[in-house]
Design a protein around this ligand. Structure first.
Ligand SMILES: [Fe+2]
Ligand SMILES: [Fe+2]
Length: 287
């Protein structure tokens, strides 16, 4: 199998060929198109529930804008620690030249994504939704923190990519919104390719030395992290901004409704299958 170090050479070439300027790629209009969708209705967090059916189409479309703003915000908020972690790993002992070169592109591209999502959210939502996750102090076995870092990267990027692809190809959605998702997806395809190989290598290197308790604890943490990541998609502030009442109850209802569980299962399938295939998870978790 191609090593992360070999793959990094190809990815660096591709990043240089496809380089883009975040300040000159988009023509941000004064206002977005009206009467269109900003996120496909099927991806809206309360889709398929009575609360969604009770809304007029106009309200549903308004909600789709705030759902998109929340989605862009949570990706941006996931990219912040990602960039911090990648910068920490630049020129680390044992890195090959090609991996360092690629990490520079990874950081550069994620920084541009944050600029792009931040610009969109500030212009059309009036804010970037703040980060919700809290990280608890933890002691790690050798290599565990490294493996956990790349797992977090995979979760934010794989879930985000499911939405990027669905939004990008949906003709009901505002053209600018589709373009932003497309631009993100193109860079993410490379990040995901690198992350998959890098994480599998790290897990294969370190996990044989972990005790059964460490591995079980790690898997518990990973499932909890996946669940917390999904929690961010049901943001009460987003419901409130879309003009919906009882936003906390709405979050609880949507998260426990079968329609929500079905969407989470579908959108998580790729990353969950990868975790099972590599041994990071032993079985499919209920999300
Ligand atoms: Fe990104
Ligand atoms: Fe990325």
């Amino acid at each position: 199998m191609e090593t992360a170090s070999d793959l990094a050479i190809r990815l660096t070439k591709a990043s240089r060929k496809k380089t883009w300027d975040v300040y000159n790629t988009f023509n941000w209009p004064e206002a977005l198109e009206e009467g269109v969708w900003y996120m496909p209705p099927e991806l809206i967090s309360i889709y398929g529930t009575p609360a969604y059916e009770a809304l007029t189409e106009e309200q549903q479309k308004k909600l789709s804008l705030y759902e998109l703003g929340n989605f862009f915000s949570l990706v941006l908020q996931g990219e912040r620690p990602l960039v911090a972690g990648l910068v920490d790993r630049l020129y680390a002992k044992g890195n090959s030249v090609s991996v360092n070169e690629y990490l520079h592109h990874f950081v550069d591209e994620e920084n541009k994504h944050m600029v792009m999502f931040g610009e969109f959210c500030n212009r059309y939502i009036g804010k970037v939704y703040p980060e919700k996750k809290i990280s608890l102090p933890k002691t790690y076995a050798k290599g565990e923190e490294e493996v956990a870092f790349y797992c977090k990267v995979m979760v934010v990027e794989e879930l985000g990519d499911y939405y990027n692809l669905a939004i990008e190809k949906d003709e009901r959605v505002d053209a600018l919104v589709r373009e932003v998702n497309k631009v993100h997806h193109i860079d993410e395809a490379r990040h995901l390719a690198f992350g998959r190989v890098q994480l599998a290598e790290l897990f294969a290197k370190y996990s044989p030395e972990w005790s059964p308790e460490t591995l079980a604890g790690f898997r518990e943490w990973l499932v909890a992290y996946l669940r917390a990541s999904w929690g961010d998609y049901y943001n009460p502030a987003m419901y409130r901004d879309a003009g919906l009442a009882d936003s906390y109850e709405l979050r609880q209802m949507a998260m426990s409704h079968p329609a929500g569980a079905e969407l989470r299962k579908k959108a998580s399938a790729k990353v969950v299958n990868y975790f099972i295939k590599t041994g990071l998870l032993a079985e499919e978790p209920s999300l």
